[in-house]
Ligand binder design. Structure first.
Ligand code: GAF
Length: 395
């Protein structure tokens, strides 16, 4: 990501930094390194906890954990992000709340594994990351997944990839205390390079849908809005609560069960305008995911732009989770020739993605930066990406 944050970031490769961090902290080299990416969601926002559809892809920005077993059965973790080393043992992971701050994502994974009956090996870990924190690109899921895959391999645990997202989500919901859905952990663990991950959040079935931007001469420009996250946690929980209440009023298990052609009937049965808007977003967004998948399966990637832009309008007007910075970025990107643009992630700040002709990426980024300057917003960050691989062992 360009911008002031990037200027502060060390230039060495993230995997090298993890290994060096390990050796400096523990006086010997790690036995292996495990990487997990950040993610961007192409389309399907706030649909995961409604049992709906999402279509994320993995970013080429990664978190890497260098690790080795710790014979005394406890866990020590150092991170380049905070410069600290923390340690915890079985007592601290017996129940949520004992390890806080960034360490909670690591301790939460140990807690969730133990809760699921796994004999988690003690370990020493060193973390390095290129995934910007708090930018809505799932830096927390990347950390959880990198730690999880390291512990699974070090302990020879019986936890195949398809069961790992639920466990990482359990760490985030149960230990960290964030009521998030299953999308982010699924994306960072199960995505494939050159593909987007079509996930049915009800039964967790997946399809790797070709998203070969390079072959189409396209790229995704990710713009970090740098908007301060205003009350994001409370607003997320409020949206989730509204959706669950609406499903109850409509007599369905989840809003996923309201089909697009049944939307008008469903809306007519709700007497609150705000609830109607929330429901309309979720139902139309699920349909936009299905339509996007159909276009990608048919190799018509250039044509998905209007669906992305419609998704943004729905988040802005119906789900009401955008902020002026992200709306400005979307408008400026479209005016500069992006094929489609939308906020990605939970909202109230975070990132915007714009589908662009690869050779136009810099011009679109410059147009967004100029629009920010005109509105008096601090300069945005940006990076041009192609879909990368999910979590993996590096060596
Ligand atoms: C955040 C959550 F973690 C996801 O589960 C998802 O709900 C997303 O917001 C909105 O689509 O990233």
């Amino acid at each position: 990501m360009s911008g002031p944050e990037a200027a502060r970031r060390p230039t060495a490769d993230v995997a090298d930094r993890a290994a060096t961090g390990f050796t400096e902290a523990y006086g010997e080299p790690p036995v292996g390194r495990w990487a997990a990416p950040g993610r961007a969601n192409l389309i399907g926002e706030h649909t995961d906890y409604n049992d709906g559809f999402v279509l994320p892809f993995a970013l080429p920005l990664r978190t890497v954990v260098a690790a080795a077993p710790h014979p005394d059965g406890t866990w020590r973790v150092c991170s380049e992000l905070s410069g600290e080393t923390i340690g915890f043992g079985a007592d601290e992971v017996a129940e949520p709340g004992r390890v806080t701050d960034w360490g909670a994502y690591v301790a939460g994974v140990v807690w969730a594994l133990r809760e699921a009956g796994h004999a988690v090996p003690g370990a020493r870990l060193a973390i390095a990351s290129d995934v910007p924190l708090g930018a809505g690109l799932s830096s927390s899921a990347a950390l959880e997944a990198a730690v999880l895959t390291a512990l699974v391999d070090l302990g020879g645990l019986d936890l195949p990839a398809e069961r790992q997202p639920r466990l990482a989500q359990r760490a985030e919901n149960g230990y960290v205390g964030a009521p998030t859905g299953i999308m982010d952990q699924s994306a960072v663990i199960r995505c494939r390079a050159g593909h987007a991950l079509f996930l049915d959040c009800r039964d967790e079935s997946i399809e790797h849908v070709p998203f070969d931007l390079d072959a189409a001469g396209l790229a995704v420009l990710v713009v970090d809005s740098r908007a301060p996250h205003r009350h994001a946690d409370g607003e997320y929980a409020a949206r989730r609560g509204s959706c669950e209440r609406a499903a109850g009023l409509l007599g369905v298990a989840a809003l996923r069960d309201v089909p697009a052609q049944g939307l008008d009937d469903a809306l007519a049965r709700l007497d609150e305008e705000e609830t109607r808007r929330r429901v309309r977003h979720v139902v139309t967004e699920n349909q936009r995911v299905l339509d996007t998948v159909a276009l990608l399966r048919a190799g018509r990637v250039r044509e998905i732009g209007p669906l992305l832009t419609a998704s943004h309008a729905s988040m802005r007007d119906d789900f009401e989770i955008t902020v002026p910075e992200v709306d400005t970025a979307v408008e400026a990107a479209l005016a500069a020739g992006a094929l489609g643009a939308r906020m990605t992630g939970g909202g109230f700040g975070g990132c915007v993605l714009a589908l662009v002709d690869a050779e136009r990426a810099d011009a679109v980024a410059a147009a967004v930066t100029a629009a920010y300057a005109e509105r008096g917003f601090p300069a945005p960050g940006h990076v041009t990406v192609l879909p990368g691989p999910g979590a993996t062992r590096l060596d």
